[in-house]
Design a protein around this ligand. Structure first.
Ligand code: IMO
Ligand code: MG
Length: 427
């Protein structure tokens, strides 16, 4: 029996979707445990491209049950639209292959408005959120009194009363923050959300109980992380993070499956670094090399379309992510994007105010002044998208992967040299 976790070790967009898709053949259950429709997971197969946001990638595979765990924040409108976009393309999505936790929290219209208002007020210090109401919904979850869980939608009378009280409060605070905002109508939200709830009813279950039964039946379960370890609310570059435990730390709390059940922990790393939104980024390249990586790697956000910030591979940050998650193997993604560069840099340490360190700083004030100390790797200047085994790779590309693996102290198990499933080297 295999209980596998796939988690990003950087600032998201590590191409986790490809590895999850690759592994779904050998897993019967795929579980998302945190985040919401801020994620953007692209999967390509049979000449088709699928972009998933809230749905676990496993939904695309016949025979796989996709689970939206208790740790997510669910926008029911977005979920239903995503489900429809798949059924329109002939993908099966029904109560038999998609389960939604009754404990997951619900994103309501005011969360999206608050996300925009709070970001605007932060001005130059804006987090650069995806604007999906993710952080504001998690804020209400932690605050408890204004939270609505998926299961609450089915207790109509208490849901209506609670919503009326919350909306009155939200209208009051939003008006004082921005008088131009039109007050929200609790009745209209109630009607809309009851309609969403009816459509979602066949999917809503106690996913924790369901998962424990699946484990007892020795089903192979795969945990699909969204975002990355450096965006984790506890372990990431706070406050420029997302509001959930997007490292492997979120698996237990976000699914009810204990960490000790996991038999294989795969860390996904991009061969370079990208970041969307604000926050420090020591190896960022604001030059033509950065633009080259952005162009070749199509580094534009799946969710918001924003150009991603690009830079060299940062082994200090990524090794920290690997330690926090406890990964036992890594997948090195998008190696092909680096093919045409003359020389490559890998950051092996930081110089912070004259001191060399390989510890990842706790505070953005220190990370902002960290100067990367690079190890240079000769470029290979050769297209590698056709490689299918390690010996097909030029020496420079092998040296590059070996260096990443050495600095992370974790063996590489997968190397991805193109978007398609076949463009994967297994080690
Ligand atoms: P996937 O799963 C990259 C970033 C946002 C912003 C910060 C907070 O595709 O790797 P939020 O809307 O979550 O409150 O925004 O987190 N962010 C991501 N960056 N990939 C993602 O997901 C992200 N999800 C959120 O850009 O900086
Ligand atoms: Mg993404």
């Amino acid at each position: 029996m295999s209980v596998t976790s796939v988690v990003g070790l950087q600032w998201g967009d590590e191409a986790k979707g490809k590895i999850v898709d690759f592994l779904t053949d050998s897993h019967e259950v795929v579980v998302r445990y945190q985040g919401g429709n801020n994620a953007g997971h692209t999967v390509k197969f049979d000449g088709q491209t699928y972009k998933l946001s809230l749905l676990p990638t496993g939904i695309l595979r016949p025979g796989v049950t996709a689970v939206i765990g208790n740790g997510l924040v669910v926008n029911p409108d977005a979920l239903l639209k995503e489900m429809k976009s798949l059924t329109d393309r002939g993908v099966r999505v029904d109560g038999g292959n998609l389960l939604v936790s009754d404990r997951a929290h619900v994103i309501l219209p005011y969360h999206i408005i608050e996300d925009a208002v709070f970001e605007k007020r932060r001005g130059d210090n804006a987090i650069g959120t995806t604007g999906r109401g993710i952080g504001t919904c998690y804020r209400d979850k932690a605050g408890r009194s204004h939270a609505i869980r998926v299961g609450d939608l089915y207790h109509r009378e208490t849901f209506r009363a609670k919503l009326a009280e919350i909306v009155a409060f939200k209208n009051l605070t939003l008006k004082s923050l921005d008088p131009s905002i039109t007050p929200l109508d609790a009745d209209a939200i109630y009607e809309a959300y009851v309609a969403f709830a009816e459509k979602l009813a066949p999917h809503v279950v106690d996913t924790t109980a369901w998962l424990h039964k699946a484990l007892k039946q020795k089903k192979n379960v795969l945990f699909e992380g969204a975002q990355g370890s450096l965006l984790d609310v506890d372990h990431g570059t706070f406050p420029f993070v997302t509001s959930s435990n997007s490292s492997a730390a979120g698996i237990h709390s976000g699914s009810g499956v204990p960490q000790r059940a996991i038999t294989r922990m795969i860390g996904v790393v991009k061969a370079y670094t990208t970041r969307v939104g604000g926050g420090p980024f020591p190896t960022e390249l604001n030059d033509e090399i950065g633009q080259h990586i952005r162009d070749v790697g199509h580094e534009y956000g799946t969710v918001t379309g924003r150009p991603r910030r690009c830079g060299w591979f940062d082994a200090v940050a990524t090794a920290y992510g690997a330690r926090v998650c406890g990964v036992d193997q890594i997948a090195v993604m998008l190696l092909d994007v680096l093919a045409q560069l003359d020389e490559l840099n890998i950051c092996e340490a930081y110089d912070i105010r004259g001191e060399r360190t390989t510890d990842f700083p706790s505070h953005v004030e220190d990370l902002e002044v960290a100067k990367p100390i690079f190890r240079k790797i000769p470029g290979w200047k050769k297209d590698i998208t056709g490689a299918r085994k390690l010996s097909d790779l030029p020496a420079g590309a092998r040296q590059y992967v070996d260096t990443v693996s050495e600095l992370l102290e974790v063996p590489a198990k997968f190397i991805s040299i193109g978007p398609d499933r076949e463009q994967t080297i297994l080690l």
